[in-house]
Each structure stands twice: as structure tokens, then as C-alpha cells.
Design a protein around this ligand. Structure first.
Ligand SMILES: Cc1cc2nc3c(=O)[nH]c(=O)nc-3n(C[C@H](O)[C@H](O)[C@H](O)COP(=O)(O)O)c2cc1C
Length: 167
């Protein structure tokens, strides 16, 4: 099998925002799709071992901030290269709280999702969700392949600089 064929499937990049034990949680994801438009439903594939997965189970809902082409690479590093079990990721980025859950200050669009069903896969949980609210921001969405090609290195550098500042 040519596994590289799977790299030709297009994705965006998204920040999931949720809450666990009274603290905000979340991570960056690409495995997020619209499943039906009427009614609006989506599916999120979430790594079982992550705090975000635990938080979504507890809270039963989450927000999605759809990242734009001009996103600061640090945002991706902050939400994707460390766990909320060790750090308050939301404190590191401009954000606001909408109806009790965090979203980025700036994104292309925002969704609020309520879990209706969870299917356990080997390493991930597929959360089936209703979209309960949605609103527009500004800009064009970042494509995951473009992140891999031209932003991943910048995200790694931004994270290294952040860690050095903290040390
Ligand atoms: C570019 C990128 C894409 C990612 N896509 C997903 C994804 O689709 N689903 C997922 O559960 N984790 C994904 N991750 C991994 C989580 O963001 C990462 O494991 C994070 O540190 C989990 O943090 P948490 O323990 O606070 O939930 C991705 C990470 C990166 C850098």
C-alpha cells in the first residue's frame, strides 16, 4: 500500500476548546470533518490518551476555532506540542470565553459542538456532534498540507523559543 496516497486527503487545522474540572483545556486537531449540513453535524477524531479527550467526555461539548493562513505558528505549537495536564495552554494565547468555553480571539470561523455519540476506535475516539452555534471571523482557512510544507518548522522554532524564555 502507498500510504502517501492518504496524504492527498485535504484537511484544515483547528483549535478545540473545552473544559475539565473547572479548567479550560484543548488541543490542535486536523481530523475534524463536517458529516451532514442539514442538520449541521461534525465528527472529531480525538486521541484517547489526551487530556482533551477526557475533557470532551466530561463536558460533552467543545468549541472549534478554524485557523487561518496567517495564524501565528506558536498557536499550533502551544496546542499541539504539549499537554494541558502540565500547562494552561489558553493562558498563552489571546482568547475569549463564549458561553463558558474558550475560543481564539482571532480565527476564520468558530463552531460550538455538542457530542451526541462516541465510537471507540483503537487509539482514537470518534465524537459525533451536533453544531449548536457557528459564527464567522476573518480570513481564509489554513490547509493542513500547507502547514506541513511551510509552517511546521516555524511552529517548532516558535515552541523552542517559548521554552527557552520560560527556562
Ligand atoms: C498538526 C497537528 C495535528 C494534530 N491533529 C490531531 C487530531 O486530529 N486529533 C487529536 O486528537 N490530536 C491531534 N494532534 C495532537 C494533539 O494536538 C496533541 O497530542 C496535544 O498535545 C494534546 O494535548 P492535550 O493532552 O492537552 O489534549 C495534532 C497535533 C498537531 C501538531
Amino acid at each position: 500500500m502507498e500510504t502517501k496516497a492518504l496524504h492527498k486527503i485535504s484537511y484544515g487545522l483547528y483549535i478545540v476548546g473545552t473544559e475539565i474540572d473547572g479548567k479550560y483545556a484543548g488541543c490542535v486537531v486536523d481530523a475534524f470533518i463536517q458529516s451532514t449540513s442539514t442538520p449541521p453535524t461534525v465528527i472529531l477524531c480525538s486521541i484517547k490518551a489526551n487530556q482533551t479527550n477526557e475533557a470532551i467526555r466530561q463536558r460533552g461539548e467543545f468549541t472549534v476555532s478554524i485557523l487561518g493562513e496567517d495564524v501565528d505558528p506558536f498557536v499550533i505549537a502551544n496546542f499541539g506540542f504539549q499537554s494541558g495536564r502540565n500547562v494552561d495552554k489558553w493562558a498563552n494565547v489571546p482568547h475569549k470565553i463564549v458561553d463558558g468555553l474558550p475560543v481564539l480571539e482571532k480565527a476564520v470561523a468558530f463552531l460550538r459542538c455538542r457530542v451526541t455519540e462516541a465510537k471507540e476506535l483503537s487509539t482514537h475516539t470518534a465524537f459525533f456532534c451536533d453544531v449548536t452555534d457557528a459564527w464567522l471571523g476573518e480570513g481564509e482557512p489554513l490547509i493542513y498540507g500547507d502547514y506541513q510544507k511551510s509552517m511546521k518548522t516555524k511552529a517548532m522554532e516558535a515552541f523552542k523559543a517559548f521554552k527557552e524564555r520560560k527556562a
